[in-house]
Design a protein around this ligand. Structure first.
Ligand code: HEC
Length: 115
């Protein structure tokens, strides 16, 4: 009887130990993913005013609703393509002409580096 109790306790300890280990691994993975994003993108680094963009793309360009996040837009388009989008807009809800061509070029150069 005593032996059986010990065996049960030992088994429970093993199970708890295994769960704890799993949680730690998950926490580390979450931390890495979140940390990288937080460090990689900061709208305060933008070279020109983002005032006409944040109402749609979010206060830190994180996106909202049908407005895409711009935090990794450099992985999708190169500088020339982004400049074209900012100046001419798209047929999909992105208005053009909100920045001077000069500002659009600076903005595109910076956004192209965000990936
Ligand atoms: C009226 C809302 C609105 C405003 C203001 C706006 N955008 Fe957009 N933007 C959009 C939408 C919607 C899309 C997606 C368009 C599409 O897919 O055709 C988009 C797409 C983009 C894209 C391409 C992203 C992608 O993943 O395809 C870039 C780059 C971009 N916007 C930059 C800007 C910049 C820079 C500003 C400020 C000058 C700005 N936007 C202002 C709505 C907006």
């Amino acid at each position: 009887m005593k032996k059986q109790l010990l065996a049960t306790l030992f088994g429970a300890t093993l199970v708890l130990g295994a769960c704890g280990g799993g949680d730690d691994a998950n926490k580390d993975a979450d931390k890495d993913a979140g940390g990288d994003d937080a460090v990689a993108f900061n709208i305060d680094d933008a070279p020109v005013s983002t005032g006409s963009c944040v109402s749609c793309h979010g206060g830190n360009f994180e996106g909202s609703g049908s407005n895409p996040s711009l935090q990794k837009v450099g992985a999708k388009y190169d500088q020339a393509e982004i400049e074209d989008i900012i100046i001419n807009g798209t047929g999909g809800g992105m208005p053009g002409g909100m920045m001077s061509d000069e500002d659009a070029a600076k903005m595109a150069e910076w956004l192209a580096e965000q990936k």
